[in-house]
Design a protein around this ligand. Sequence first.
Ligand code: ADP
Length: 475
Amino acid sequence: MYINGNWAAATADASFDVINPATGQVIKGVADGGRAEARSAIEAAHEALPAWREATAYQRSAFLMRAHALMLERQEDLARVMTEEQGKPLRAAQTEVRYAADFLVWFAEEAKRVYGEIIPSARADQRFLITHRPVGVVAAITPWNYPISMITRKLGPALAAGCTVVLKPAEATPLTAIETYRVFEDAGLPPGVVNLVTAADPKPIGEEFTENPLVRKLTFTGSTAVGKMLAGRAAGNMKRVSCELGGHAPFIVLEDADPVHAAKGLQLVKFLNTGQACISPNRIYVHRAILDDFVETLVGRVGAMKAGGGFEKGVTIGPLVNEAAVAKVDKQVQDARDHGAEVMLGGRRLTEDGLDQGYFYAPTVLNGVTSEMLIYREETFGPVAAIVPFEDEDEVLAMANDTHYGLAAYVYTQNLGKAMRLYEGLEFGIVGVNDINPASAAAPFGGMKDSGLGREGSREGIMEYLETKTGGFSI
Ligand code: ADP
């Protein structure tokens, strides 16, 4: 753990093992922190707050710029640590490190643009002056699927705004968090500005984060169930909250779309990170007129994907995170099969060539998925493309919106009017139109409905870490 500028073991030297999901082997032990460590980290962040808050935006920006440069310099090492503990192919890990670094440089720049306002008053003797102040100590909880970019997407804006931070990374991927903190340490961040508490059991840390009065904001990325529980507790104590939660993205391919282009796009975005992404398409609506061409291209491309350890050349599909994830994916696939879906490809755990040691599931294509199936409602978080054929374009928008999630949606069409109507009608925070990567440090990322609260990245992202302060001056 990293508390007040020192690397620390847990009290009583408790530790927990980090597992390589491709082999099931232990990589190494990591400090197992509890409530006491979370409390000291929060106190350290509280102590460090006044000086950090009062530093100029230019000074804070310079630290972030240094961290950005160091992160890029260490790209290869960071990616290797990530591949080992998270499983994603090395190239994907490298891409993620660059994406993570983007948030540091973006918010280093945004730090200098936290503008205020002067507002005219109805009273001749009055002036209104509006400024923005950092919320204070931020508690951050991050997931294992994007172990580095979810850290910088929170810490970048928090630090730029003048907040100090305590982070609890996911128990599956603490090693990437530790290496990321070495970057912050070497960038020269003052002690206490960023603190790291690793733990096998997140519950006591979550309790401290939501109950300690020194914490002014909770930022969380993870499952909807945990997010709602933590947001409820934090809000009960009047802490600011932002949450980026689950999704169930529709991917709509209209009759006029190029089915080959759409299938290529679907393959890239669906199997990214082995389907373990909150913006992963979960219901793929394809117009019946182009269904055969779409399925043929998709099956051909997915069939050519190679599963294996992330360090192996040519591997494009890594393992799932753990045994429970394999069981969940398989349950959805079996349920779909039992309810009449056709398994075009995959549909089973992979056990050959030593893959039985890890948590591998075959890239799977299901056709004829209907609303009666589990996969139509539950987030899959695995390598399964669930195709829902449709005929009526007027109905597809209602079907796509028929979910309590609202994070990402995708549309393929060549018709500008239809593209615009779907963009406007889809109740999702992010809509990709003939575009499978509608995410960037420059663009707001976040969901509607049960997919979360607030936006990350972009010019909006820093506002989540700022309070608005009104000054009324009588002259
Ligand atoms: P997933 O199902 O994708 O693992 P989770 O929501 O369980 O998603 O995990 C996301 C993050 O939330 C992780 O850092 C995890 O440790 C943390 N987390 C899970 N349960 C709790 C809890 N009760 N209190 C605080 N943090 C939690």
